[in-house]
Ligand binder design. Sequence first.
Ligand SMILES: Cc1ncc(COP(=O)(O)O)c(C=O)c1O
Length: 420
Amino acid sequence: MKFSKIGQFVSGESGIVQLMNDLGEIQSTQRPFNLLGGGNPARIPEVESRFRLAIEQLIRQDGNFEHFIGHYDGPQGNLIFRQSIAELLKKECGWPVEANNIAVTNGSQESFFILFNLFAGEHDDNQFRRILLPLTPEYIGYFDAGLGQDLFRTYRPKIEHLGPHRFKYRVDFDSLTVAGDVGALCVSRPTNPTGNVLTDTELEQLRRLAAEHNVPLLIDGAYGLPFPNIVFSQATPMWDDNTIVCLSLSKIGLPGVRTGIVVANTQVTQAIRGTNAILNLAPSSFGPLLAQQLLNSGQLIDLAENNIQPYYRSRLEQAMHWLDIALEGTPYRIHVAEGAFFLWLWLEGLPVSSDVLYQRLKARDTLVISGSHFFPHSDASWPHRHECLRISYAQAPDQVEQGIRIIGEEVRSAYAQGGT
Ligand SMILES: Cc1ncc(COP(=O)(O)O)c(C=O)c1O
């Protein structure tokens, strides 16, 4: 069989394919791995039991079961759900949105695939436009959305050293320019992989830049506000007619239901409606139905504020403590953890690359993600790109503690041995 260029690309080993394959393979082995790699949310017993109860109640109510198994929703997503989400966003965030400003997808990953391809690529004026990522490292799942075409223009951050063992990335507005070939700006807030939360001032500046250049600003709220609210610093949710906010049910603990929510002006939500019809006929009904049940009983925000955020905050403190102990005496730095559930470790001057360190850790049954995947390919020569690891602290505490201890041993040994 002869595949097209796109066919060849999707059957190859792009970053996100490699990552998801690794996770799948490891889940199917019998060996106990320390899983500090993937983006799976934690299993929080109180949250899971509320989901279980909501599903049981849902199925018992007249007509619901038949609705979710035997019925296509409209291509923009279930209307009642979109109305309820719009009400929630008005109440919680003060955004002036209606049901028509909401479109449902089968997960944020799909939302970004659609949105990037709406704004990047060849335009009517024959100009090839790109998505500007003002601060990389950024989410690995973006980089392959062009199916082989590079859709991104990226910027390195300013690095602020905070004490001997912490640091923070900031948008480098001195070098950021929005040229004519930019189709949209995009940021994840909180950022996967670093746990950075762009400040309100940074976000406002990006909002202004986008408006001045008549291109939209995309905000990836997969970990953000108002739900799942895995945010530990002060941050205000932001939306306007020129801003597109993408939310998801995954990180509240429902990655299996594959539900993404796009909040945008109606030109954009209609384009998503069209893409849904072409790709999927309709988005899945189950996630919206379950979320509706949680919204009706006021549980969605309550779970985020009172269970999910405090849970990750305490897990973060624990993991930071373990990592500080494991790396004591080495020149490590951890990005200030302001949100999401990752620690971003910077090992300056590490004699081996983060890819080699990843392999050494995997050989010791500890899975992390090499930081190199979160930088654009064009930045290969920047040493920083090869000096970072992403460590998830969402899985069972004993796994995280053990994994961090092994990371400490391998990092020490790499610094001690030099480039061998
Ligand atoms: C920053 C970010 N955006 C989007 C996604 C995609 O999430 P989903 O497709 O599960 O909604 C993820 C998943 O890990 C993520 O980390």
